[in-house]
Design a protein around this ligand. Structure first.
Ligand SMILES: [Zn+2]
Length: 311
């Protein structure tokens, strides 16, 4: 069993060296949320300060500098000097420093001393507030990249003033950044938890069940349907746990616990490699601590351990 969050670890961020360090309460503030000290805004100021942090993406990768283990995010002036940007979206201010998302050209070169890095490779390296803003920027850029033309009539779209939206000048169709709700559920049966392996998981790693909400469904509907489809059982006592923004590509993961209410385990092999009940004190390898699934499982296992100790 692998319990135990790293509590209250301190990040030092080079880009903000003059402002001191960020202290991140890991057990209170899950990764991929709106960071403390961040004021979101979509209204581009008339003049963006040259010192604004630029979260600049070429395709799906972020422009970063500095050492491999302690990457830094460039200032906008540096990205502008490269003349490789196509679009800029204002994101807001982090502790008074403006933050922008920049869409780079697909053929943007790699400036000397800088590199393009996938967001996942920056987990535990980029300070958490910057990682969360990078994930936010990624979703805005992805939306910009995929909504250049009206989905209804094909006319090139333009940014709608005053909103994070694109509008079609011909037919008036408006497109907002997409957020796709998905549920995650950890099912308990007595002091056992149901964990499953997707075929893409590293060997030995298990997690809670998850799936996207379909049109017409509540999240609770989605949980009951996905559980029935994926493992063939019924659940009850569905209880909200927490949510997490997940930028791959634009999900909102909404996590729940539920209790087993009947049926035999029968795995849908097109989606799941294996699903098993695990005793609370014999939980296998879990997803990395940045994911809400890890928090959901650890929190539930801690509750079951407490119940076990009291009985
Ligand atoms: Zn149109």
């Amino acid at each position: 069993m692998r319990l135990g969050w790293r509590r209250g670890f301190t990040y030092h961020c080079k880009a903000f060296a003059s402002r001191g360090t960020f202290r991140v309460e890991a057990h209170r503030s899950p990764p991929m949320h709106t960071p403390q000290g961040f004021t979101p805004s979509h209204v581009l100021p008339t003049a963006i300060p040259a010192g604004a942090l630029a979260f600049a993406f070429r395709d799906t990768k972020l422009l970063v500098g500095g050492p491999e283990d302690t990457p830094i995010v460039p200032e906008l002036a540096r990205v502008e000097s490269l003349q490789i940007g196509e679009a800029v979206h204002y994101l807001g201010e982090l502790d008074g420093t403006a933050c922008v998302a920049v869409l780079l050209r697909d053929d943007a070169p790699e400036p000397e001393g800088w590199r393009y890095a996938g967001l996942r490779s920056l987990f535990f390296r980029l300070p958490e507030p910057l990682l969360a803003i990078a994930a936010r920027a990624f979703q805005v850029i992805e939306w910009d990249r995929t909504h250049r033309y009206c989905g209804r009539c094909g006319t090139p779209t333009r940014d709608k003033p005053g909103e994070r939206a694109k509008e079609c000048p011909a037919c008036g169709q408006i497109a907002y950044p997409r957020v796709s709700p998905a549920m995650m559920v950890l099912i308990t049966r007595g002091r056992d938890v149901l964990l499953a392996r997707a075929p893409r998981f590293p060997p030995g790693m298990y997690s809670a069940l998850a799936g996207f909400v379909e049109p017409g469904e509540t999240i609770e509907d989605c949980i009951r349907r996905e559980v029935r489809e994926e493992v063939g059982i019924e659940v009850g006592n569905i209880t909200y746990f927490a949510s997490q923004s997940w930028a791959f590509p634009h999900s909102l993961m909404i996590a729940y616990t539920a209790e087993y209410a009947g049926g035999e385990l029968k795995v849908d092999e097109s989606e799941i490699a294996e699903a098993r009940w695990f005793a609370w004190d014999a939980v296998p390898d879990l997803p990395p601590s940045i994911s809400i699934s890890r928090r959901l499982i650890e929190s539930t296992v801690a509750r079951l351990a407490g119940e076990s100790a009291r009985s």
